[in-house]
Design a protein around this ligand. Sequence first.
Ligand SMILES: NC(=O)c1ccc[n+]([C@@H]2O[C@H](COP(=O)([O-])OP(=O)(O)OC[C@H]3O[C@@H](n4cnc5c(N)ncnc54)[C@H](OP(=O)(O)O)[C@@H]3O)[C@@H](O)[C@H]2O)c1
Length: 220
Amino acid sequence: MTTIGFIGAGEVGSQLARAFIAQGYEVVMANSRGPETLRALVAELGPAARAATAAGAAEAGDFVIIAAPLRLVDDLPVAELAGKIVLDTNNYMPYRDGHFAVVDSGEKTVHELRQEQLPHSKVAKAFSHIQAPRLFLSASPPGTPGRHALSVSSDHPEAVELVTRLYDELGFDTVDNSPLRESWRSGPGQPAWYAHAHQTREQLTANLARARWAGYPFRG
Ligand SMILES: NC(=O)c1ccc[n+]([C@@H]2O[C@H](COP(=O)([O-])OP(=O)(O)OC[C@H]3O[C@@H](n4cnc5c(N)ncnc54)[C@H](OP(=O)(O)O)[C@@H]3O)[C@@H](O)[C@H]2O)c1
Protein backbone atom coordinates (compact mmCIF):
# COMPACT_ATOMS: atom_id res chain seq x y z
CA MET A 1 0.00 0.00 0.00
CA THR A 2 1.42 3.39 -0.99
CA THR A 3 0.79 6.32 1.34
CA ILE A 4 0.63 9.89 0.09
CA GLY A 5 1.22 12.74 2.51
CA PHE A 6 -0.75 15.90 1.74
CA ILE A 7 0.29 19.35 2.94
CA GLY A 8 -2.79 21.32 2.01
CA ALA A 9 -6.28 19.89 2.23
CA GLY A 10 -8.29 22.56 0.45
CA GLU A 11 -9.92 22.43 -2.96
CA VAL A 12 -7.11 20.72 -4.87
CA GLY A 13 -5.63 18.68 -1.97
CA SER A 14 -8.97 17.13 -1.04
CA GLN A 15 -9.87 16.37 -4.67
CA LEU A 16 -6.48 14.78 -5.36
CA ALA A 17 -6.97 12.70 -2.21
CA ARG A 18 -10.35 11.48 -3.55
CA ALA A 19 -8.79 10.61 -6.90
CA PHE A 20 -5.87 8.73 -5.36
CA ILE A 21 -8.04 6.85 -2.86
CA ALA A 22 -10.15 5.69 -5.80
CA GLN A 23 -6.93 4.20 -7.22
CA GLY A 24 -6.13 2.33 -3.98
CA TYR A 25 -3.76 4.75 -2.23
CA GLU A 26 -3.79 5.75 1.45
CA VAL A 27 -3.60 9.44 2.29
CA VAL A 28 -2.51 11.45 5.31
CA MET A 29 -4.00 14.94 5.19
CA ALA A 30 -2.58 18.10 6.81
CA ASN A 31 -3.43 21.79 6.75
CA SER A 32 -2.13 24.83 8.59
CA ARG A 33 -4.70 24.74 11.42
CA GLY A 34 -4.12 21.23 12.74
CA PRO A 35 -5.55 17.71 12.32
CA GLU A 36 -8.59 18.34 14.53
CA THR A 37 -9.92 20.73 11.85
CA LEU A 38 -9.85 17.92 9.25
CA ARG A 39 -12.33 15.54 10.95
CA ALA A 40 -15.15 16.12 8.47
CA LEU A 41 -12.88 15.69 5.44
CA VAL A 42 -11.30 12.49 6.81
CA ALA A 43 -14.76 11.07 7.60
CA GLU A 44 -15.83 11.79 4.02
CA LEU A 45 -12.66 10.30 2.54
CA GLY A 46 -13.14 7.10 4.53
CA PRO A 47 -10.83 4.47 6.03
CA ALA A 48 -7.96 5.11 3.58
CA ALA A 49 -7.52 8.60 5.06
CA ARG A 50 -6.29 10.06 8.31
CA ALA A 51 -5.26 13.52 9.47
CA ALA A 52 -1.91 14.63 10.90
CA THR A 53 0.27 17.68 11.29
CA ALA A 54 2.22 18.78 8.22
CA ALA A 55 5.33 17.11 9.69
CA GLY A 56 3.31 13.93 10.35
CA ALA A 57 1.95 13.85 6.80
CA ALA A 58 5.46 14.45 5.40
CA GLU A 59 6.89 11.66 7.52
CA ALA A 60 4.10 9.19 6.65
CA GLY A 61 4.14 9.78 2.90
CA ASP A 62 6.06 7.55 0.50
CA PHE A 63 5.85 10.76 -1.49
CA VAL A 64 4.21 14.06 -0.62
CA ILE A 65 1.90 16.50 -2.38
CA ILE A 66 2.04 20.15 -1.40
CA ALA A 67 -1.31 21.66 -2.34
CA ALA A 68 -0.78 25.04 -0.71
CA PRO A 69 0.46 28.43 -1.90
CA LEU A 70 4.17 29.22 -1.64
CA ARG A 71 5.33 31.58 1.06
CA LEU A 72 8.80 33.07 1.08
CA VAL A 73 9.13 32.61 4.83
CA ASP A 74 7.96 29.07 5.04
CA ASP A 75 7.07 26.61 7.75
CA LEU A 76 7.36 23.43 5.69
CA PRO A 77 8.72 20.33 7.48
CA VAL A 78 12.06 20.34 5.66
CA ALA A 79 13.60 17.48 7.66
CA GLU A 80 10.60 15.16 7.28
CA LEU A 81 10.48 15.85 3.52
CA ALA A 82 14.20 15.13 3.04
CA GLY A 83 14.91 12.36 0.53
CA LYS A 84 11.31 12.34 -0.74
CA ILE A 85 9.70 13.26 -4.02
CA VAL A 86 7.47 16.29 -3.43
CA LEU A 87 4.77 17.21 -5.95
CA ASP A 88 3.83 20.87 -5.81
CA THR A 89 0.50 22.06 -7.23
CA ASN A 90 1.18 25.69 -6.40
CA ASN A 91 0.43 28.57 -8.74
CA TYR A 92 1.77 32.04 -8.02
CA MET A 93 -1.08 34.50 -7.59
CA PRO A 94 0.31 37.88 -6.48
CA TYR A 95 -3.16 39.16 -5.48
CA ARG A 96 -3.31 36.25 -3.01
CA ASP A 97 0.34 35.49 -2.18
CA GLY A 98 1.95 38.96 -2.29
CA HIS A 99 4.75 39.88 -4.67
CA PHE A 100 7.92 37.83 -4.97
CA ALA A 101 10.46 40.13 -6.66
CA VAL A 102 12.69 37.33 -7.99
CA VAL A 103 9.67 35.69 -9.61
CA ASP A 104 8.22 38.94 -10.98
CA SER A 105 11.58 39.72 -12.64
CA GLY A 106 11.77 36.25 -14.23
CA GLU A 107 14.97 35.48 -12.33
CA LYS A 108 13.43 32.40 -10.73
CA THR A 109 10.26 30.37 -11.01
CA VAL A 110 8.09 29.69 -7.97
CA HIS A 111 8.96 26.01 -8.26
CA GLU A 112 12.68 26.75 -8.23
CA LEU A 113 11.99 28.65 -5.00
CA ARG A 114 10.10 25.63 -3.63
CA GLN A 115 13.08 23.42 -4.54
CA GLU A 116 15.38 25.86 -2.70
CA GLN A 117 13.11 25.65 0.35
CA LEU A 118 13.36 21.85 0.23
CA PRO A 119 17.01 21.30 -0.74
CA HIS A 120 17.02 17.62 0.24
CA SER A 121 13.76 16.76 -1.57
CA LYS A 122 13.00 16.14 -5.25
CA VAL A 123 10.42 18.75 -6.20
CA ALA A 124 8.13 18.41 -9.22
CA LYS A 125 5.55 20.89 -10.43
CA ALA A 126 2.46 18.75 -11.03
CA PHE A 127 -1.34 18.99 -11.18
CA SER A 128 -0.99 22.78 -11.33
CA HIS A 129 -2.96 23.51 -14.50
CA ILE A 130 -6.05 21.39 -14.05
CA GLN A 131 -9.00 22.62 -12.04
CA ALA A 132 -9.79 20.32 -9.14
CA PRO A 133 -13.20 19.05 -10.43
CA ARG A 134 -11.60 18.07 -13.75
CA LEU A 135 -9.44 15.45 -12.03
CA PHE A 136 -12.46 13.18 -12.39
CA LEU A 137 -14.34 14.85 -15.26
CA SER A 138 -11.41 14.87 -17.72
CA ALA A 139 -9.89 11.50 -16.87
CA SER A 140 -9.85 8.70 -19.44
CA PRO A 141 -8.07 5.36 -19.90
CA PRO A 142 -4.66 5.09 -21.62
CA GLY A 143 -4.94 5.12 -25.40
CA THR A 144 -8.20 7.11 -25.48
CA PRO A 145 -8.10 9.34 -28.61
CA GLY A 146 -7.64 12.97 -27.61
CA ARG A 147 -6.75 12.05 -24.01
CA HIS A 148 -6.27 15.08 -21.75
CA ALA A 149 -2.56 15.78 -21.07
CA LEU A 150 -0.86 17.46 -18.11
CA SER A 151 2.66 18.80 -17.79
CA VAL A 152 5.34 18.04 -15.23
CA SER A 153 8.52 19.97 -14.47
CA SER A 154 11.37 18.82 -12.27
CA ASP A 155 15.14 18.81 -11.98
CA HIS A 156 14.95 15.14 -10.95
CA PRO A 157 14.18 12.45 -13.59
CA GLU A 158 12.80 10.05 -10.95
CA ALA A 159 10.23 12.67 -9.94
CA VAL A 160 9.17 13.07 -13.60
CA GLU A 161 8.90 9.29 -13.84
CA LEU A 162 6.67 9.11 -10.75
CA VAL A 163 4.40 11.93 -11.91
CA THR A 164 4.09 10.35 -15.37
CA ARG A 165 2.94 7.09 -13.77
CA LEU A 166 0.52 8.90 -11.43
CA TYR A 167 -0.97 10.96 -14.27
CA ASP A 168 -1.54 7.76 -16.25
CA GLU A 169 -3.18 6.04 -13.26
CA LEU A 170 -5.49 9.00 -12.74
CA GLY A 171 -6.39 9.18 -16.44
CA PHE A 172 -4.00 11.65 -18.09
CA ASP A 173 -1.13 11.74 -20.59
CA THR A 174 2.10 13.56 -19.71
CA VAL A 175 4.21 16.24 -21.34
CA ASP A 176 7.62 16.67 -19.71
CA ASN A 177 8.32 20.39 -19.34
CA SER A 178 11.54 20.06 -17.34
CA PRO A 179 13.64 21.44 -15.77
CA LEU A 180 12.01 23.63 -13.08
CA ARG A 181 13.55 26.65 -14.84
CA GLU A 182 10.98 26.07 -17.64
CA SER A 183 8.00 25.60 -15.32
CA TRP A 184 6.71 29.17 -15.94
CA ARG A 185 5.54 27.91 -19.35
CA SER A 186 2.55 26.19 -17.75
CA GLY A 187 1.92 29.05 -15.32
CA PRO A 188 -0.94 31.55 -15.02
CA GLY A 189 -1.54 33.59 -18.14
CA GLN A 190 0.31 31.30 -20.55
CA PRO A 191 -1.41 29.43 -23.44
CA ALA A 192 -1.17 26.06 -21.64
CA TRP A 193 -2.85 27.62 -18.62
CA TYR A 194 -5.75 29.10 -20.58
CA ALA A 195 -6.27 25.77 -22.36
CA HIS A 196 -6.60 23.92 -19.06
CA ALA A 197 -10.15 22.75 -19.83
CA HIS A 198 -8.80 20.31 -22.40
CA GLN A 199 -5.57 19.83 -24.32
CA THR A 200 -4.09 16.73 -25.86
CA ARG A 201 -0.41 15.86 -25.57
CA GLU A 202 0.24 17.49 -28.98
CA GLN A 203 -1.72 20.63 -28.09
CA LEU A 204 -0.05 20.96 -24.70
CA THR A 205 3.41 20.52 -26.27
CA ALA A 206 2.57 23.28 -28.77
CA ASN A 207 1.11 25.55 -26.07
CA LEU A 208 4.21 25.17 -23.87
CA ALA A 209 6.38 26.11 -26.88
CA ARG A 210 4.18 29.19 -27.55
CA ALA A 211 4.68 30.56 -24.01
CA ARG A 212 6.14 34.07 -23.82
CA TRP A 213 7.43 35.66 -20.64
CA ALA A 214 5.78 38.99 -19.85
CA GLY A 215 5.72 38.77 -16.07
CA TYR A 216 2.94 37.16 -14.12
CA PRO A 217 -0.66 38.30 -14.54
CA PHE A 218 -3.27 38.45 -11.78
CA ARG A 219 -1.08 40.98 -9.98
CA GLY A 220 -3.80 42.43 -7.79
N1 LIG B 1 -8.21 24.91 -6.79
C1 LIG B 1 -7.76 24.41 -7.95
O1 LIG B 1 -8.52 23.90 -8.78
C2 LIG B 1 -6.28 24.43 -8.22
C3 LIG B 1 -5.82 23.74 -9.33
C4 LIG B 1 -4.45 23.70 -9.59
C5 LIG B 1 -3.57 24.37 -8.75
N2 LIG B 1 -4.04 25.08 -7.68
C6 LIG B 1 -3.04 25.74 -6.79
O2 LIG B 1 -2.80 24.82 -5.72
C7 LIG B 1 -2.62 25.55 -4.49
C8 LIG B 1 -3.73 25.15 -3.51
O3 LIG B 1 -4.97 25.56 -4.08
P1 LIG B 1 -6.38 25.28 -3.39
O4 LIG B 1 -7.39 25.84 -4.32
O5 LIG B 1 -6.48 23.89 -2.94
O6 LIG B 1 -6.27 26.25 -2.12
P2 LIG B 1 -7.18 26.22 -0.80
O7 LIG B 1 -8.50 25.61 -1.10
O8 LIG B 1 -7.13 27.61 -0.25
O9 LIG B 1 -6.39 25.24 0.18
C9 LIG B 1 -5.09 25.55 0.62
C10 LIG B 1 -4.72 24.52 1.66
O10 LIG B 1 -3.35 24.72 2.03
C11 LIG B 1 -3.25 24.70 3.45
N3 LIG B 1 -2.03 25.44 3.83
C12 LIG B 1 -1.67 26.69 3.49
N4 LIG B 1 -0.45 26.97 4.00
C13 LIG B 1 -0.05 25.85 4.66
C14 LIG B 1 1.12 25.53 5.39
N5 LIG B 1 2.12 26.41 5.52
N6 LIG B 1 1.20 24.30 5.96
C15 LIG B 1 0.19 23.41 5.82
N7 LIG B 1 -0.94 23.66 5.13
C16 LIG B 1 -1.05 24.88 4.55
C17 LIG B 1 -4.54 25.33 3.91
O11 LIG B 1 -4.77 25.05 5.27
P3 LIG B 1 -5.72 26.00 6.18
O12 LIG B 1 -7.04 26.04 5.50
O13 LIG B 1 -5.72 25.31 7.49
O14 LIG B 1 -5.01 27.34 6.19
C18 LIG B 1 -5.53 24.64 2.96
O15 LIG B 1 -5.82 23.33 3.43
C19 LIG B 1 -2.67 27.02 -4.87
O16 LIG B 1 -1.36 27.51 -5.10
C20 LIG B 1 -3.48 27.04 -6.17
O17 LIG B 1 -3.19 28.17 -6.94
C21 LIG B 1 -5.37 25.11 -7.39
